[in-house]
Design a protein around this ligand. Structure first.
Ligand SMILES: Nc1c(NC[C@H](O)[C@H](O)[C@H](O)CO)[nH]c(=O)[nH]c1=O
Ligand SMILES: CC(=O)[C@@H](O)COP(=O)(O)O
Length: 172
């Protein structure tokens, strides 16, 4: 499947040694999640990378899942995929803000993360953005992670993120 555009002007990064990416997806809306994952897979494959996919109940769990996985030191980058649709209460704001902020805080600790969590008003808005042949937000999130991995490698980084392992968690 040829994925659609990734909505940025950057050329796809090239790797001598393809990065290993963990796709963490919240299939709260299964069809939407499937489109996002398909777009992300296509983008990672086009860059010569490999991927694994793991599922979490909802978008709120995605930052924690990445934080747990990052401590294994096995993945070069991460793609968070999900869909949050506004309901009747303010829970929408919590899910959107806390999932996004969690990913940003992990990124500021050095993890290479692409954020493909859709935050929309209705299913129709999500469908257009999840479609790999449409706005391909899953592919865009994967591209973001790949660019961060390329930067890390270009700058000679050796570790794979967070800079600490489980045995150091008890420190301080
Ligand atoms: N309403 C949506 C949620 N809500 C669930 C939360 O993400 C979380 O799993 C729960 O609060 C337990 O911690 N999640 C989505 O991904 N999308 C939604 O629209
Ligand atoms: C984004 C949400 O958490 C939302 O779907 C939950 O719906 P509601 O606010 O009507 O409980």
């Amino acid at each position: 499947m040829m994925a659609g555009p990734t909505h940025h002007a950057l050329a796809r990064p090239e790797f001598d040694d393809g990065p290993k990416i963990l796709i963490v997806v919240a299939p709260y809306y299964k069809d939407i999640a499937d489109g996002l994952v398909a777009g992300a897979m296509a983008e990672i494959e086009a860059a010569g990378g490999s991927y694994e996919v793991t599922e979490m109940p909802g978008a709120l769990e995605l930052p924690t899942a990445i934080g747990i996985a990052a401590r294994m030191g096995e993945y070069d980058g991460f793609v968070a995929l999900g869909c949050v649709i506004r309901g009747e209460t303010t829970h929408y704001d919590t899910v959107c803000n806390d999932s996004s902020r969690g990913l940003t805080l992990l990124g500021l600790q050095g993890l290479c993360i692409g954020n493909g969590i859709l935050t929309v008003e209705n299913y129709e808005q999500a469908a257009v953005r999840a479609d790999p042949d449409g706005q391909n937000k899953g592919g865009g999130a994967a591209a973001a992670a790949l660019h961060l991995v390329a930067l890390s490698r270009r700058l000679g980084r050796k570790d794979k993120g967070l800079g600490f392992t489980a045995d150091r968690l008890g420190e301080g």
